[in-house]
Design a protein around this ligand. Structure first.
Ligand SMILES: C[S@@+](CC[C@H](N)C(=O)[O-])C[C@H]1O[C@@H](n2cnc3c(N)ncnc32)[C@H](O)[C@@H]1O
Length: 190
């Protein structure tokens, strides 16, 4: 990681509660996953001030990939834009401003290797239904706050873990991260 990105990541960790950012461990995990799996096309739902996006974009720089990130709180996304610019990562990202569900269903046509869900917890189930057709086979959905907001995300967890196209695991990272791998062939459940 270059010194400017590291500087901003460390700076944003001082205000992570205010901006509801993922933990350092979660950011680091997503960054490693992108690099080790050679992931290229990423959709993020919930930009906030760009903390998780910086972890994602820094990895995408090495895989020649691209991040599309959605946020309805303009002020927050403006901060993210400034940080991406400062870190020299603007060319890796497309910012979309507005209601995530509307943007995903009306504006986005491309397919993704990874979708990171980290917005309104009650909408996770809706986001899942909207992103499922956009996720490539062999792709992965990651969703944060699976342990910290267990009740609110339960409909999503139930839907994805009973879906025969997904193999899932909840990772014991801070707040709980769900990983759902979209299989090449449907699972036979007994
Ligand atoms: C938990 S924060 C995202 C943190 C960010 N992923 C990070 O770790 O740096 C969730 C963000 O999603 C935004 N949000 C919530 N529901 C949304 C929706 N339906 N559409 C777009 N943005 C949404 C909120 O404004 C908030 O900034």
């Amino acid at each position: 990681m270059d010194s400017k990105t590291l500087e901003i990541i460390e700076k944003l960790e001082k205000t992570s509660e205010e901006f509801w950012n993922v933990s350092h461990q979660t950011g680091n995990f997503i960054n490693m996953l992108i690099k080790l799996a050679g992931i290229k096309d990423v959709l993020e739902i919930g930009t906030s001030n760009g903390y998780s996006g910086l972890w994602i974009a820094e990895a995408l720089k090495t895989t020649n990939g691209h991040l599309t990130t959605i946020e309805f709180w303009e002020k927050r996304q403006c901060l993210a834009k400034e940080y991406f610019e400062y870190c020299g990562l603007s060319d890796v990202v497309t910012f979309k401003t507005g209601q995530a569900y509307d943007i995903i269903t009306n504006e986005i046509n491309e397919k993704f290797d990874l979708v990171f869900i980290d917005a309104n917890k009650q909408e996770y189930i809706k986001f899942f239904e909207a992103v499922h057709p956009l996720l490539k086979k062999g792709g992965v959905i990651l969703a944060d706050n699976i342990i910290s907001h267990a009740k609110k995300v339960q409909p999503f967890v139930d839907a994805v873990s009973s879906h025969n196209e997904y193999q899932t695991q909840i990772l014991d990272l801070p707040d709980g991260l769900l990983m759902a791998y979209k299989l090449q062939e449907s699972l036979c459940r007994v």
